[in-house]
Write a protein that binds this ligand. Structure first.
Ligand SMILES: [Zn+2]
Length: 97
């Protein structure tokens, strides 16, 4: 039996779009899907540029970025009114080296 590639991937794991998520690589919004890989780890992938990252990799990067905090001058988060942040960050804004 040979699978003739019809140009579309067959049945894959369910992916769901993350509304409002911005790709860290290409900065496209609403192009990020999330799914689980074989290790049952959540992966987010940008369908625009192909960037993909597991949540654990992301956590590492988030930690790294916190040191180079990108906050707006007023210290306000860059969110539209009514938008919910995807995750709660900055609970621990104390100085840590
Ligand atoms: Zn991208």
């Amino acid at each position: 039996m040979s699978d003739t590639p019809s140009g579309f991937t067959p049945k894959k794991k369910p992916r769901r779009f993350i509304a409002g998520a911005v790709c860290p690589k290409c900065s496209e919004m609403d192009r990020t899907v999330m799914y689980k890989n074989d290790d049952d780890e959540e992966v987010r992938e940008c369908i625009s540029c192909g960037f993909s990252q597991t949540t654990s990799e992301q956590a590492v990067e988030d930690n790294a970025q916190e040191l180079v905090t990108r906050v707006t001058p007023d210290g306000k988060p860059l969110l539209d009114e009514g938008e919910q942040p995807l995750k709660i960050m900055g609970l621990d804004l104390g100085k840590k080296n």
